[in-house]
Ligand binder design. Sequence first.
Ligand code: G3I
Length: 360
Amino acid sequence: MSSIPTRRDAIGTLAAAAFGALAPGRAFGRAWEPRPSGDLPYGAAVRWSALDHDDAYRAALLERCRIIVPEGEMKWADLRPARDVFQFENADHIADFARRNGLALRGHTLAWYGAMPEWTNAIATAREAERELVAHIETVVSRYRDVVSSWDVVNEPVPERPASIGDLRPSVWTRCLGDSYIATAFRAAAAVDPTATLVLNEYDVEFVGGRFTSRRDSLRHILRKLLDQGVPVHAVGLQGHLFAERAIDRDGLQAFLSEVKSWGLKVLITELDVVDKTLPTMEAERDRLAALKVDDFLDAVFSAIRPEAVITWGVSDRYTWVPIYFTRNDGRPNRPLPFDADMKPKPMMAVIDRYLRRDV
Ligand code: G3I
């Protein structure tokens, strides 16, 4: 047995630490002290409906996060109940929370196939689509220019199963504008806020398998085409929704990340969590395996590039999207995030912390 603890041994140790009391000085409720300079920022997606009333949730966010991102409040469905209406109330609450607490805010998302209000189905021509898309981006980006440091300008442009390298996921934007909607969105965002980091955000490019390889290749193709056109895209958002039963494609991910790095692009991990539907019932074992999956993923990413930030799609199991689609057969609540439903840190948080401090 080697005397050098493997990463798996480290997880075991971390699990013990994570189940112990919080480190001194980290009692919830204290304003989060900035990490020593040089550490990567950690952040999480937030819900105003929880932020507004859940003190423990708010304390956990302030204790650990330097970045927050609205889980839904800046999507078209939330912002645009009608063609001539912008409804900013909840997005403004989150932006004000970020301003009051000195947090960076990510904007999610300016152009997506999902969470689109019914009225957008009536958009019929290229001229109308471009007008609506650009007007939306101009209005939203200018409103939050003081606090949003990076935008998911285009979210998930790649289809589930790309039929060809240039295949795009159908949306009102592709229907009316073809692939030009992507460049249009990035250019509109850059024109309003030339200082923001503009991100192309995608999922299911992290795993072993033909479908995931083709998605990674499609994402690479879109990025290369944008750069060749001089479009202001600055970073790739790896969402990082890790399915416990899927192997991380270390070689494929490293090759992809090394290539986009050579093109001058940055990388953010934007929506990290573990879909634990297939993991064992026993919570300690489930948490240990979820932490290992995060470790596998982060080790693959960090061995190719140091991301700008690590952001999880929520901070606590108390509020997560996962059960919308992936409820467990044993009926037990999903445990996808770094803090459990009682706001106690799990081994996953200790793994993330280790990478935030890692110099590569
Ligand atoms: O607010 C309404 C509520 O009034 C209504 O009673 C309820 C019942 O339908 O729906 C509520 O809206 C839900 C919304 O989340 C707010 O909770 C929508 O139905 C539901 O579809 C929506 O799901 C979100 C999903 O994106 C679609 O926008 C998830 O919370 C959110 O976590 C998920 O996040 C996505 C990222 O944006 C992109 N990457 C994948 C990630 C996970 O799917």
